[in-house]
Design a protein around this ligand. Structure first.
Ligand SMILES: *Cc1c(COP(=O)(O)O)cnc(C)c1O
Length: 391
């Protein structure tokens, strides 16, 4: 009854797409050998790495984040190589499963539940690898399942302190465009990203942003396949080779428009917006925590993602919250990976009303479930957005 009207999508990807971006999908096809499309692709290859603070080379996979993972692994590794997976939730572990499937030996360190990864532990594992058999460290900036954010510069320092030559490869699929990332300054060798979260472009494009050391590794990597091989995709003489076949014409139009929007807003303003919106959601959960079992999954504010919030619900039925929000109110929240939890996505094309609507829907559901709310999460969120304390 209350759910007619525009649905609120508050899942952590795909995120809400700007109509400016969606309009690009209605444009007719163009020549794929010369002209506008080639210029647009050149522009994307110039601009997108800068969003990750990189002067590296961009390779675009026609596929999702998993495709970009596979492109990264096949181009840098050989069968029987070892990698160290630094996991703080779900996604780095799955990237590691993909490597294992290819015949790579995978060591993994898991963060404590509710925490980001411990860089000191990375240092300890690498220090013990005196023969330097570990070829790469695979990790995520933000884990979309747990909402933990890793300290990438600290992980780089841990690698450098033990003089280990492993490549540092970082999945920024859920964080690129939402929080600061400085690939060159932080010494990251390869960044994996995708279109459908902070980059505000529908699912279908994956990205590898590649530095010199990772490019050099690709000369020796025997897991390379004809389709994913960076070498032929780098051949500037034939545009068709950049995608190993027909380019994703409409997605390229759309991505170029999204990059324009990112440029118009400015990265610093974008990061500040995500920080304040995330803070509003966090403030709401902390208010609910005063009288209910709801808690932020990540206790330490410094270890929280700015693009997604995982909320554990204890004795409160997380699925009932999601069901009421979706079916009765028209707000779609993200499923939880762990038992009794759910997630609110706040990435990309989101603003104050978006997070207030999500928080308001959850609070309404809590009332319906008979929870006693001593401190309103909606009030806490509005105070946070107004820049004043609720107390
Ligand atoms: C969404 C996500 C993925 C998976 O991306 P797909 O496009 O679904 O393959 C991987 N890593 C992180 C951190 C993500 O948020």
């Amino acid at each position: 009854m209350l759910s007619a009207g525009p649905e609120l999508l508050a899942i952590p990807g795909p995120s809400v797409m700007p109509s400016r971006v969606m309009r690009e999908f209605s444009r007719p096809m163009v020549d794929i050998y010369a002209g506008e499309l080639v210029e647009i692709t050149d522009e994307i290859e110039r601009i997108l790495p800068a969003v990750a603070g990189s002067s590296g080379h961009l390779f675009i996979a026609i596929g999702n984040g998993h495709a970009a993972w596979e492109m990264a692994l096949t181009n840098t590794l050989s069968k029987d190589d070892r990698v160290l997976v630094v996991n703080c939730g779900v996604f780095a572990a799955v990237w590691g499963e993909m490597a294992a499937f290819m015949g790579v030996e995978v060591d993994r360190i898991d963060a404590e539940p509710g925490r980001a990864s411990d860089p000191a532990e990375v240092g300890r594992v690498l220090a013990a690898d005196r023969e330097h058999t570990i070829k790469a460290v695979l990790t995520v900036q933000g884990d979309t399942a747990s909402s933990a954010r890793n300290d990438i510069p600290a992980i780089r320092r841990a690698i450098d302190e033990v003089n280990h030559p492993a490549l540092l490869m970082v999945d920024t699929i859920a964080s690129l465009g939402c929080e600061p990332f400085e690939m060159d300054a932080w010494g990251v060798d390869l960044v994996v990203a995708a279109s459908q979260k902070g980059m505000m472009t529908p699912p279908g494009l994956g990205f590898n942003i590649v530095g010199e050391r990772a490019l050099a590794a690709s000369a020796r990597a025997d897991l390379r396949t004809y389709y994913w091989d960076w070498t032929s995709r780098r051949d500037r003489s034939v545009y068709y080779k950049r995608f190993c076949g027909t380019p994703p014409v409409s997605h390229l139009f759309a991505l170029r428009e999204a990059l324009r929007m990112i440029d118009e807003e400015g990265l610093a303003a974008r990061y500040a917006r995500h920080r304040v919106l995330a803070g509003a959601v966090h403030a709401a959960v902390e208010a609910w925590a005063a009288s209910t079992d709801l808690r932020l999954n990540i206790a330490d504010p410094a270890e929280r993602c700015q693009s997604v919030t995982t909320i554990t619900t204890g004795s409160v039925d997380a699925e009932a919250i999601r069901r009421i929000c979706c079916e009765r109110l028209g707000a779609v929240l993200g499923i939880g990976f762990a038992d009794s939890s759910f997630r609110i996505g706040h990435m990309g094309h989101v603003n104050a009303p978006s997070v207030l609507a999500a928080v308001g829907a959850v609070e309404t559901a809590l009332h319906e479930l008979g929870e006693c709310i001593d401190q309103s999460g909606v009030a806490a969120a509005t105070h946070h957005l107004a820049g004043v304390s609720a107390r």
